[in-house]
Design a binder for this molecule. Structure first.
Ligand code: AVJ
Length: 320
């Protein structure tokens, strides 16, 4: 079967409006911030794929190891008819699940949802070719907003991989999990990947690699704002910063102004002092008991919690 046309729930004007709102809110705040979803235009999505192959960036390999070992169990345990993947990107690791479901039989539909049209176009076309028995319905959307539009019918498994939930602030995480539970029916499943708390000497290099790919990814948000909103950021005038916050147990990516700057964006004149930092991402790391507690607080029962052999990354399978 070929992939069906992408269902676009993020209309061009929505994208523009929400980017403008985020830019206005974030660049007039102190300290300044921008939400991480704007990294992912075509170039940003490619840079992220490059990050996943870096020697320092362990989460992708560690999560893949868990999925490689447990995919059969996940397919058997859930018996899902529909697999929905939030923030699917390339869906590269998801193929391990699709393979397991294919061996087991019964999965009819795969629904990847992502903000990146370019990543979705590629992944839906390739998956439709490689899994001809599957119906592939790509949805362009923001996973924090489109939960009420998830396809219904048949037992569902929602996969939220890569540790992307760590990019939400704690309050946003509660809202997201609660909305997720409300969108599901009792008996549906959530498979969620979370990076685990560990020595910051392992975490920091994963977000500040020697080759500078993460720095380039970080600066990409400025290129996106320049292109989409006609702003005049000089991305090269910002240094990439990765800082571990031991209280919050998250790593922050920031862009630090090398010199005083004034940036024109929308109707704003945004001033940066030399050394001023703009926060572009948090990536929370979890302790197993916290993951279980947050899932429970939003109405999920954790049936399995698996880690890779190195204990770097956790994958929870929870029942609605
Ligand atoms: C999108 C959650 C998988 O937070 O680790 C990679 C994004 N940022 N390097 C993460 C990211 C910097 C990534 N995830």
């Amino acid at each position: 079967m070929s992939a069906e046309p992408l269902e676009i729930y993020l209309e061009e004007q929505d994208i523009g409006r929400s980017l403008r709102e985020d830019v206005r809110a974030g660049l007039t705040a102190r300290p300044k911030w921008l939400p991480p979803k704007w990294f992912y235009d075509a170039r940003g999505s490619e840079l992220f794929e490059e990050i996943t192959r870096l020697p320092e960036y362990y989460p992708t390999r560690a999560e893949r190891a868990v999925l490689a070992e447990r995919a059969g169990e996940i397919a058997d345990c859930t018996g899902a008819k529909t697999l929905i993947e939030l923030g699917s990107g390339s869906s590269e690791k998801t193929r391990l699940l699709l393979d397991a479901f294919t061996r087991r039989g019964g999965l009819g539909t795969f629904v990847p949802l992502d903000v990146s049209v370019s990543a979705l176009r590629q992944s839906t076309a390739q998956i439709a070719t490689d899994y001809p028995q599957l119906r592939v319905r790509g949805i362009v959307g923001d996973f924090t907003r489109q939960l009420d539009r998830l396809p219904t019918g048949g037992r569902r498994l929602v996969a939220f991989l890569g540790g992307t939930i760590g990019n939400l602030l704690p309050i946003e995480r509660v809202e997201f999990l609660t909305a997720m539970r409300a969108a599901l029916e009792a008996g549906d499943w959530l498979l969620i990947g979370t990076d685990l708390v560990k020595d910051p000497a392992v975490i920091v290099p994963a977000y500040d690699d020697a080759a500078g790919v993460t720095a380039d990814f970080n600066r990409n948000v400025l290129r996106v704002i320049n292109r989409e909103l006609g702003a005049d950021f000089d991305p090269e005038a910002f240094d990439h910063v990765a800082a571990w916050d031991p209280e919050q147990e998250w790593i922050e990516m920031r862009l630090r102004a090398r010199r005083p700057m004034r940036v024109r964006v929308l109707d704003l004149d945004v001033e940066f002092a030399a050394g001023e930092e703009l926060r572009t991402e948090i990536s929370a790391k979890f302790r197993p008991e916290r993951i279980r507690a947050e899932l429970a607080a939003s109405g999920f029962v954790t049936e399995h919690f698996w880690t890779d052999p190195g204990g770097l990354f956790g994958v929870s399978l929870a029942r609605a």
